[in-house]
Design a protein around this ligand. Structure first.
Ligand code: HEM
Length: 407
């Protein structure tokens, strides 16, 4: 007989893709933490875990709660072959491969490497802010946040902004990949963008191989120690992972920052006067309203979490967005407070061996953009969040458009 998830007799099941979970998931998270902290999903063999301490305890045990074993969970029957990566690397690896591959790239995200990008970030931010007209409405997400994140990641990778793929516009559309089988036209587009993306990254590798230019890709190619040479497919997967990780989540976080500031005019005044507090603001924003709400894992062994038995090979969704509002860990968790003492213990950048590699890069990007923006503008107006159009994806918590007026 198939092992069943023991939910303590409760029949409650959660649909993480329900529209209300995107616009305002927090009341549901609260209910989950209180009554169903280990809760089955509507889909068979999947669970959601919502309490801070349970999630940290799981992320501390990567040998049991695997990332590798998840790769298959992302592949669907209808997904075109080209959209499934040839290789899964780093984020979807366990030890020892993960340790080896992380070591290969971690120097590029260290303090000095990111500090070297700051002058370029200021240049890009100043140009973007100079182009904004006072009292004019625009879509901040598409018109400002995405191009800003694109230009920074392009610079980091040494990609020529004139390159036909450099604007990554097609990639953005892939982010909207539907959770269930789309129509044939959409499938065709997914296939086309996937093929173009993979071909682009392979071509980038080839061109840097022939002519290294001292950028991230050239360094990665030179970093292979003899017996552990990465295949071209692995290099392409690594570059693709970092490229995409550095794009949408950053644009989404910047958009969340603008929305929050539009809701808290006093905070705008405060940060204008003391820009050094923007770093505190960014951490509190990541805690309060992060673009990443869910991390998946799969357990390689049967386990018990908070007294609930979980059979082997269950796909477990860790609800980071819920952990970040857990009153058991954060006092007055539903209040936005940049001075809360433990706001950098949020889980929005993960925890443990897979913790976000781009942390320094993303925090510098956000801080520099906001500093430049608030130097010029004193007011930000956006519509209320329930009037915004949201992405309907399980792992991304963000809106597609953010109408804004700066003044
Ligand atoms: C707001 C922006 C970002 C958010 C919310 C975010 C969130 C996360 C989270 C939650 C993880 C942990 C994944 C896991 O445990 O399975 C992660 C890992 C990772 N992030 Fe980020 N990230 C952001 C920006 C970036 C940037 C700018 C880069 C690089 C350009 C980056 C590169 C990575 C990489 C390479 C990993 C995999 C690390 C590993 O598996 O060892 N991220 N990120």
């Amino acid at each position: 007989m198939k092992d069943r998830v023991d939910t303590g007799g409760a029949e409650y099941k959660i649909n993480l893709l329900a529209p209300f979970m995107h616009v305002d998931p927090y009341p549901t998270y609260k209910k989950l933490r209180q009554y169903h902290s280990i809760c089955p999903l509507e889909q068979e063999g999947m669970l959601a875990i919502s309490r801070y301490d349970d999630i940290v305890s799981i992320l501390k045990q990567p040998d049991i709660f695997s990332s590798t074993d998840l790769a298959a969970a992302f592949e669907t029957e209808w997904m075109p072959e080209a959209a499934n990566p040839e290789e899964y690397i780093l984020a979807l690896e366990d030890k020892p491969e993960h340790t080896y591959h992380r070591r290969l790239v971690s120097k590029d995200f260290a303090y000095t490497a990111v500090a070297a990008e700051r002058a370029a970030m200021y240049r890009v931010a100043e140009k973007a802010v100079a182009a904004l007209k006072s009292h004019h409405s625009l879509d901040f997400f598409d018109g400002v946040a995405c191009p800003y994140a694109e230009q920074i990641i392009n610079h980091f990778f040494g990609v020529d902004p004139e390159d036909q793929f450099a604007n990554l516009r097609d990639w953005r559309q892939l982010v909207e990949m539907p959770p269930s089988e789309p129509d044939p036209a959409c499938l065709k587009k997914i296939e086309q963008y996937s093929e173009e993306g993979t071909a682009y990254f392979k071509q980038l590798i080839l061109s840097r191989h022939n002519k290294p230019v001292g950028d991230f890709v050239s360094r990665l190619l030179g970093a292979d120690p003899g017996d552990k040479v990465l295949t071209t497919a692995q290099k392409a997967a690594l570059i693709e992972l970092i490229f995409s990780a550095g794009l949408m989540p950053v644009a989404q976080l910047l958009s969340h920052a603008i929305l929050r500031l539009s809701q808290e005019p006093l905070l705008v005044d405060q940060l204008k006067k003391s820009p050094e507090n923007i770093t505190l603001f960014t951490d509190e924003l990541l805690r309060y309203d992060s673009p990443t709400h869910i991390l998946p894992r799969r357990n390689l062994l049967p386990v018990t979490v908070s007294g609930v038995h979980i059979p082997e090979s269950t796909t477990i969704y860790l609800l980071l967005g819920s952990a970040n509002r857990d009153h058991g860990h954060f006092d007055c968790a539903d209040t936005f407070d940049i001075f809360r003492p433990n706001n950098n213990t949020h889980l929005s950048l993960g925890y443990g061996m897979h913790r976000c590699l781009g942390e320094r890069l993303l925090k510098s990007q956000v801080a520099i953009f906001l500093e430049v923006l608030l130097h010029r503008f004193s007011g930000i107006s956006c519509p209320p969040r329930d009037q915004l159009k949201w992405f309907y994806q399980m792992t991304s918590y963000s809106f597609r458009k953010l109408p804004v007026i700066f003044h």
